[in-house]
Design a protein around this ligand. Structure first.
Ligand SMILES: [Zn+2]
Length: 256
C-alpha cells in the first residue's frame, strides 16, 4: 500500500470511527466523574482519529486553490482576544475566519497573558479592530472569584491576574448575576489594559477596541449565542456606545 492509498484508507476508517465516537461522546456527557487512565487513552485515540479524519475532509473540501491564496502572507482584519473555553469558537464570529481573524486565546480572555501576540496583530498585521471576547459561564472567571490557592503555580498566576480585574467592581445579586457581572468587568479591564497600550493608535483612529460578551447561556435574555457589546474604546455607556461610527454602520437603513 503506497502512502496515498494508505492515507485514503486511513481517512475512510477514521470516518466511521468519528461517527461512533460522537455518539458515545454524547452519551458520556451526562456523567461527571473524572475518567480513569484507560478511558483517557480511549478518548485520546478516538479524538485523534477524528482530528485526522476532519482534517482530511477540510483539505478535500477547500481544495488546493484555497491554500494557494493563503500560502504567502496573511491579511487579517481583526485581532481577537478570546477565552480558551471550548464552547466558544471562531465560527461564532466569522464563518470563514481563515486569513480574517488573528486569534489569541487563553483562560479568561486576558490581554496581559499574551501582550506580544496582540501587539503583533495590531502593529505588524495592522488589524484596525481588536475585539476582546468574554463569555457567559466562564469557568476561569468563576475560579478567580473563589479560593484557588490549591491550584498549581501557573494556573494561580493566570487567576491572580484575572482576580485583580474582577475584584475591582463590587458584585451583588445572585451567584449567577455576580458571575456575569464579573465576566463583563473582566472584559472592561482587559479593554482598559489594551487601551493603555495602544492609546496612540486609538486616538488617531487607526484602531478600535471593542469589548463583547458571547452569551452562550442566554444570560442577558437576548438569545443564545448573541454578542453583547459592552465597551468601545473604553466607553461603557450603552447610549454613548451607539454613537460610535462602528455601531452606526450596523444600523444603516436598508433600501428594499
Ligand atoms: Zn472562559
Amino acid at each position: 500500500m503506497n502512502k496515498r492509498t494508505f492515507l485514503k484508507f486511513f481517512a475512510l476508517t477514521t470516518g466511521s470511527l468519528a461517527l461512533a465516537s460522537s455518539t458515545e461522546h454524547g452519551a458520556s456527557a451526562s456523567h461527571h466523574s473524572a475518567p480513569n487512565t484507560q478511558e483517557l487513552q480511549e478518548m485520546a485515540n478516538k479524538m485523534f482519529a477524528e482530528v485526522i479524519s476532519q482534517n482530511d475532509y477540510y483539505v478535500n473540501h477547500q481544495g488546493s486553490a484555497f491554500f494557494e491564496k493563503l500560502k504567502n502572507s496573511q491579511h487579517p482584519r481583526a485581532t481577537i482576544i478570546g477565552c480558551s473555553d471550548s464552547r466558544f469558537q471562531s465560527d461564532a464570529l466569522d464563518k470563514t475566519a481563515e486569513n480574517d481573524l488573528f486569534i489569541i486565546r487563553n483562560i479568561g480572555n486576558q490581554f496581559s497573558s499574551n501582550m506580544g501576540s496582540v501587539e503583533y496583530g495590531i502593529r505588524h498585521l495592522n488589524t484596525p479592530l481588536l475585539i476582546i471576547v468574554g463569555h457567559s459561564r466562564c469557568g476561569a472567571i468563576k475560579a478567580a472569584l473563589s479560593d484557588y490557592s490549591a491550584e498549581g503555580p501557573h494556573i494561580i498566576q493566570e487567576l491572580d491576574s484575572l482576580s485583580l480585574a474582577v475584584r475591582k467592581t463590587s458584585l451583588s445579586g445572585t451567584e449567577e448575576a455576580k458571575w456575569l457581572s464579573a465576566v463583563i468587568s473582566n472584559v472592561h479591564q482587559q479593554a482598559y489594559y489594551a487601551q493603555k497600550e495602544f492609546k496612540a493608535d486609538v486616538e488617531s483612529g487607526k484602531l478600535t477596541i471593542v469589548g463583547v460578551v458571547y452569551d452562550l447561556a442566554n444570560d442577558f435574555n437576548n438569545g443564545y449565542g448573541r454578542l453583547k457589546i459592552v465597551n468601545i474604546n473604553g466607553e461603557t455607556n450603552p447610549e454613548k456606545i451607539m454613537q460610535f461610527p462602528l455601531m452606526k454602520s450596523l444600523f444603516k437603513p436598508v433600501h428594499v
